[in-house]
Design a protein around this ligand. Sequence first.
Ligand SMILES: [Cu+2]
Length: 209
Amino acid sequence: MATVVALAALTVATVAVSLVFLGRISLVPEGPREASTVFYVVAYHYGYAFYDADLNERETIDVKVGEPVTLYIVPSQALPRAVSLEYAERTMTLAIGGLAPSDPGIRKKVLEDFALGNVEHIVGIASHPVYVTTSVTPLLAGAPFREQGPRTLREAVEQKDPSIKSVTFTPKRVGAFDVLCVDSGMDGGGTCGWGHKWMVAKGAFVVRP
Ligand SMILES: [Cu+2]
């Protein structure tokens, strides 16, 4: 019996040593939490703007496979009217909801959604455990825009605005994955209203080897 126990202990010890040797486990206490790649995602009607850790705008969220990523989701409605509208104007360059690019109907529909309080998004990434619900409604307190909050994205980030939510995860597969607004109501309308189903950034989450 004692032999069996000793043998088991020896096996455990051997496995542990090999894991240390292989670098799978670390005996050094983890210093500052393992650094993750940071990106900011501004979700607007109906799209996303991506920024790196220094708040430089990027076409895509570019990360490395097996390395942790932290995304901070900032709803554009957390920013003042002018900034919020500026983001929404980007949608004017798209063909959306049967309307051609720069059709003024697009702007009208966006403003309608603001007025109706269809201001939340649920940001997801295809094939990844990302499902972040924005929560800007309480900060808007019934208004379509927020004027007393941070004036810029940088200010919002620096002040850790309560509208900002984060998610940390480790991508395991190389590829380009869609960033999308996940939730859809019974009628397919979703939380952000009219343009919800077009709120997709195709292949914008890029995982590199
Ligand atoms: Cu949305």
